[in-house]
Design a protein. Structure first.
Length: 122
């Protein structure tokens, strides 16, 4: 993400217009295009992060902090030290858990719960 970011110049000679709803990330030796709306959640696992899409997942070495800088904050929120969630993929909130449309349950960390509730549950 840090090397190839949304709407940035790819090289000093060529400008590439990347749509605002897409991001390119490095995964292994490849750069993979991700449509932002397709991201369900992002999970951190020590040295890398897993970007979970509707039907697949992509492994990157980017931190959750880098993801938060790139993703629109009106749709993505950090709910745990290891998770960022796309709020449009939340099916329900139950106690300290988020239930996503893909039948995935994400924990809500104590440090993040109050902010999440204030921003997204009205």
């Amino acid at each position: 993400i840090s090397k190839v970011a949304r709407n940035k110049t790819m090289s000093s000679e060529k400008k590439v217009n990347i749509p605002a709803n897409e991001v390119y990330v490095k995964s292994g030796h490849d750069h993979v295009r991700i449509v932002i709306d397709e991201i369900s959640y992002i999970q951190s696992d020590t040295d890398y992060t897993e970007v979970h899409l509707a039907k697949s997942k992509i492994l990157t070495s980017e931190s959750l902090r880098n993801w938060l800088e790139i993703l629109p904050d009106d749709h993505f929120v950090r709910v745990h030290k290891s998770y960022i969630v796309n709020t449009s993929h939340i099916r329900k909130v139950s106690g300290n858990e988020l239930h996503l449309k893909q039948d995935v349950i994400i924990p809500i960390g104590r440090a993040f719960k109050e902010t999440f509730i204030e921003r997204f549950i009205k």
